[in-house]
Design a protein around this ligand. Structure first.
Ligand code: HEM
Length: 439
């Protein structure tokens, strides 16, 4: 029995949703439906609230003055894994103590948490200030310029698969290396650091949102320290030798005092954590789901213009980011419940994306549907900064994969899930393709 199953709704039925349990992680969607229908404003035993209807999630995300991203900060400080409400000062103090215990010296003369004050954890107006600086590097036009590079990286990745035989692991051999290499180029760092990038992004996400986080903060703190040291060195280099890359853009902002040195490093860490695993899982989820829908796969092969709709439908139906945290800034009444000032709220993107009030027949995967308005990239002021980039990478990667490797099929029926209550996707996806027809 899961922790949350002791709770009942007004009608008396048990609400089994526990975001931290393996059962829910394996298939959260029946739980989402139960929440939406029976307990749209639901309180978990540890005190966290859960919102699951589209209009309620949109309400919370549209009103950062009522629902603050300090909820995200609590998560990033490692405070919410066990589903208990956390208090930021206690978390900060625990972290400082742990850093001292591990012998990690304060970098840049501060022992502020390395991921504590990043863009994603800030509210307006501080949020707008930083978002404005980095937006310039991520406009759809800027990102479209990367299309030939993304295509070249994708083709090279497929060449490597072709050279090895008719079996491969989609995650390790395809959907992981492409975003890592693209991100390295964007940041202007050596693609050979890719192995470190992979280890770092996995550890940052799992250290914050996986079961390893429950066991203790040591691996996360060590990793954050290592990443911060790495980026501090890159930043120092760009200060002396500016280039046409994102780190140089941040350094220029830092020099005109719009960003502090800590904010610069935090932003680089955020990009690493936010932009890699998520894009990998979007590509994986798109392939895993389409293989279960052979008729739609056949349509995609016949008409590649459907790829865009496929990507959007996957973001709606099997989005790589299932939820976000917010914290109430004052008492808020919702459907007869009072969410008290300071309470933490889980905003369930994954449930909102299957709300029948927003998407007709929502449990049907349909690459031709109008999925506009999905919350796969969030909603409101924190709407994903990298959405255009992720869309470009997924569109190019998926179109090329179907074109060059025909006859894709699974070689294993079971799926091991990535260890995270936030990020949804497999750890590996072993596949076979028709070697003779490949190009
Ligand atoms: C399929 C891939 C991706 C998905 C599903 C995804 C999803 C999300 C979601 C749901 C949020 C909102 C979080 C919240 O409201 O608290 C977000 C924010 C963010 N994402 Fe993404 N993301 C993806 C790819 C990327 C990429 C490639 C980058 C970077 C290049 C990126 C950078 C960011 C940043 C910086 C934020 C914070 C924006 C802000 O606070 O204003 N993401 N993402």
């Amino acid at each position: 029995m899961t922790r949350a199953s002791f709770r009942t709704n007004a009608g008396g039925e048990a609400i089994g949703y526990d975001p931290f349990s393996a059962t829910v992680r394996a298939n959260p969607f029946p739980y989402y439906a139960q929440l939406r229908e029976q307990a749209p404003v639901h309180r978990l035993p540890g005190g966290l609230w859960v919102l699951s209807r589209y209009e309620d999630c949109a309400f919370a995300l549209r009103n950062p003055d009522l629902f603050s991203s300090s909820g995200t900060r609590l998560m990033m400080m490692g405070g919410l894994q066990a589903g208990m409400m956390a208090d930021i000062e206690t978390l900060r103090e625990a972290r400082r103590r742990k850093q001292r215990e591990l012998g990690l010296p304060p970098l840049l003369g501060t022992d502020e948490g390395w991921n504590e004050n990043s863009l994603i954890a800030l509210d307006p107006p501080a949020h707008e200030k930083i978002r404005h600086i980095v937006n310039r590097g991520f406009t759809p036009r800027q990102i479209q310029r990367l299309a030939p590079r993304v295509q070249a990286i994708t083709d090279r990745t497929i060449d490597r698969i072709l050279a090895r035989g008719d079996r491969f692991d989609l995650t390790a051999d395809f959907s992981m290396p492409i975003p890592l290499e693209v991100m390295a180029e964007l940041l202007g760092v050596d693609a050979a650091d890719g192995a470190n990038f992979r280890r770092w992004s996995e550890m940052v996400i799992q250290g914050i949102t996986g079961s390893v986080a429950v066991e203790g903060p040591d691996p996360l703190l060590r990793t954050l320290h290592e990443v911060a040291e790495y980026f501090l060195a890159v930043i120092e280099d760009r200060r002396k030798h500016p280039k046409d890359d994102l780190i140089s853009l941040l350094v220029a902002a830092e020099e005109s005092e719009r960003l502090s040195p800590v904010e610069t490093v935090n932003f680089a860490i955020l990009l690493l954590a936010a932009g890699n695993e998520t894009t990998t899982h979007l590509i994986d989820n798109a392939i895993a789901t389409i293989l279960d829908h052979p008729d739609q796969l056949a349509s995609l092969r016949a008409d590649p213009s459907l790829v865009e709709g496929w990507v959007e439908e996957t973001l709606r139906y099997e989005g790589p980011v299932q939820l976000a945290f917010r914290q109430a800034t004052r008492d808020v009444e919702l459907h007869g419940h009072t969410i008290a000032k300071g309470d933490v709220v889980i905003v369930l993107f994954g449930a909102a994306n299957r709300d029948p009030a927003m998407f007709p027949d929502p449990e049907r995967y349909d690459i031709r549907r109008d999925a506009q308005g999905h919350m796969g990239f969030g909603f409101g002021v924190h709407f994903c900064l990298g959405a255009s980039l992720a869309r470009l990478e997924a569109n190019v990667a998926l179109e090329t994969l179907l074109r060059r490797l025909p006859g894709l099929e699974r070689t294993r029926a079971t799926v091991d899930r990535f260890d995270s209550f936030l990020v949804r996707g497999p750890t590996c996806l072993p596949l076979r393709y028709e070697r003779k027809a490949a190009r």
